[in-house]
Design a protein around this ligand. Sequence first.
Ligand SMILES: Nc1ncnc2c1ncn2[C@@H]1O[C@H](COP(=O)(O)OP(=O)(O)OP(=O)(O)O)[C@@H](O)[C@H]1O
Ligand SMILES: [Mg+2]
Length: 310
Amino acid sequence: MTSVLRVCLVLVLLAGCTEPRSRRCQAVCAREAECRDTVENIDNFDEGECLDACAALERDEIAEKEDFLRAVSHDLNAPLRNIAGMVAVIMAKYRGVLPDDVTHRLERISANVQAETSLIGDLLELSQIKTQPQKRQVVAMNQLIRDIAASFEDELADRKITLTIHDTMPRLYVEKNRVQQVFQNLLDNAIKYMDRRRDGRIEVSYRFVDGGHQFSVKDNGPGIAPEEHQKIFYVFRRAEDPAVAKVEGKGVGLAIVKNIVSNYDGSVSVTSELGQGATFHVIFDESCTRPPEESRFANSESRIEQQMHR
Ligand SMILES: Nc1ncnc2c1ncn2[C@@H]1O[C@H](COP(=O)(O)OP(=O)(O)OP(=O)(O)O)[C@@H](O)[C@H]1O
Ligand SMILES: [Mg+2]
């Protein structure tokens, strides 16, 4: 391909990306460099081919990451299981004989092994969100959120936190367990970061916004400084506020939330100021009110329509 043609290709890609940028176009732009190499040999380039090339690249990358994570988690888990087993045997056999400080140290080893095992489990889960989709089913969102709230009953009572869940919420076709994880993580955060001395309040609400179903989890806890808003959605990143940092956490929960909602062409964001509480918004694409087959049909129809208008 001549360099003139290459420049044209870049211009075509960029020209298609003027505001408003379509998601398809953003994907092309994000992968443009790799995509350009892949489509170099294609004589009649079009955006569809570039998207297919991008999708293939992405599939390869995901499969590679998945293999890597599976191998790492297996290799890390095996010795951990071994350590846990030996500690359990020693404690069972010599309990009552061992000095207290040795028993205490063994208990700490056991707790640390458990924490590591759970972290590895979270990482594996994170890697599988994209590669192992679960069956979508119709879920009454209000009921789902109420059930999760019920599982936090003791913590809420213990910390004297009032939780309000709005009644009017849609039924969505989603992967139930994964969407459960979304709200479990958001509620877990709202509760655990709440200052114990406060009159804690958490509110879960819903509204339809442009193109999507928006659920918001609002708390009156310590809040998050604006410069931390982006980073907390990346794995292992936590806010630096000392009041929050002293609460135990792995920094994985919001990365899981972000990955799950992205499976629904959705998004997660936060609005907050330090000391002013935080509101997390998750948006699921509007197509989630339709069964997956119907949405796919609707999408392919609109794709054909787009092609006809090209
Ligand atoms: N409601 C909240 N109020 C204040 N800070 C929050 C809130 N939710 C999240 N954060 C900040 O965002 C960071 C990332 O949250 P995330 O849920 O990913 O990890 P975590 O809670 O630290 O650990 P875990 O993986 O166990 O959930 C937290 O460490 C905290 O600094
Ligand atoms: Mg968390």
